[in-house]
Design a protein around this ligand. Sequence first.
Ligand SMILES: Cc1cc2nc3c(=O)[nH]c(=O)nc-3n(C[C@H](O)[C@H](O)[C@H](O)COP(=O)(O)OP(=O)(O)OC[C@H]3O[C@@H](n4cnc5c(N)ncnc54)[C@H](O)[C@@H]3O)c2cc1C
Length: 447
Amino acid sequence: MALPSHVKTVVIGAGIHGLSTAWHLAAKLKARGKGGGKDILVLDKTAIAAGASGIACGVVRNNYYQPAMRELMAHSVAVWESDPAAFSYHSVGYMQISPEAMRDDVAAIHEQQKAIGYESVFVEGAGASEVYMKGLFDDWQARGITSVLHEKKGGYANNAAAMYGLAKKAEDLGVRIATGIEVTGFRSGHAAAAVAAVETDKGVIECDQIVVAVGPWINRLWTLLELPKSVTIKGRGGGLHEDIPMWRYWALEEGTLGVDPNLQKTNDGAMPPVIHVDTDAPLRSDVDGSLITEQMWGIYYKPDFNFGGIQGGAMPQKVEVPADRVAVDPYGPDSPDFVVDDNFAHMWCSALAFCQKRFQGQIGRYKKEPSGGLGCFTPDSFPVFDRFRENVFVIADSNHGYKMIGVGKLVAEELLGGGSALLGPFRFARYAEGRLHPVSHSPFPWS
Ligand SMILES: Cc1cc2nc3c(=O)[nH]c(=O)nc-3n(C[C@H](O)[C@H](O)[C@H](O)COP(=O)(O)OP(=O)(O)OC[C@H]3O[C@@H](n4cnc5c(N)ncnc54)[C@H](O)[C@@H]3O)c2cc1C
């Protein structure tokens, strides 16, 4: 495609957020009789689904301790449910299975899910939790569990397939998607903060507004936009924490046990909900019984025909070097540095066996192929959705975001001059103003 010299809206990144924003913006413009997507251009340096959205586990859940996150997820689940076939979305539900240290947090989540009409069942007590789980899987054997939250909505979507579904919806409304084009800089207008044009490796495109939705590459684009590399955070007690790096990386650890996905069907033969287990019971090797950890640990898993087995992951690993020194490219399974190793396979397969007897002795079926990938996190590990430089909207989801398909709908409303109460708690100013989200007892940085 020949690059236009001017478009009204440039969207950078053809992942979940860029594509969802382009689609919704085009739909809203069409509804207003303003030409649909013909003045919207999505640029991606590689391809549709080349980033985190194309390798994500694809889990869609509401289980968040932070009220603002839960409301955003409920909104997003409604978008997933609007066209399950196009989004390759499997509405199988989701379970958070937890130890005593998390019981109160999860009970609060359940109460608030009731308040927003998000259907879930909450089971408390070790005995009742075991009975509930055995009612689903007769080989359930996880220990250290005292509560179960069973969300009846949510589930998972097939990662790249959902992106192609979104891209088709956007293109059907006239949006142009140009791949193999890298944004390398931004040009300001005369003496103005606003960006007047994006520079790419194939030429300059003048534009009126820009959406930056580049997932793990946000640190680089943030630098190109000359936004602050560190922030001051007002803590809960009012004290100031200065010079906190704006971005840091974690390596997501995921893999696939290459068994027949049907192995994980429930007692009544149905496809099961996505399972997430956290526990403080010691984890021992399924190979030789040696101790793997006595710290709180967690895993998630689901049968997935797309991955060809039982697919899931465990807690991510912190990348200790500063964000500017992290090699994001080549990304995902192509990375020489940020793919899972044998330790992950040993831990995760042992944890599967800890939870369900059917996985005992199966570690030999683990797929030895590169998997996992980087996520870029904000200082509090929650998203920043905000406008910068007057006309640049940044969607930086802090790696929460495959499930957040609805964020693009809210951003599209803001691009057209509307406001969004759901995006309000995710503004950049929250750091300086001390409007921080509550923190849970989960071992994961994203719960
Ligand atoms: C292994 C893994 C598993 C995950 N599992 C889940 C999950 O189960 N559920 C969940 O909700 N979230 C999950 N996440 C998080 C989720 O995938 C991300 O938060 C989300 O996909 C980010 O979407 P995005 O649109 O912001 O970015 P991406 O999907 O990363 O897309 C960004 C795009 O921008 C392009 N780009 C970058 N720089 C430029 C440039 N300069 N010029 C042009 N194009 C550029 C890239 O090529 C890329 O295609 C997971 C993440 C990982 C890594």
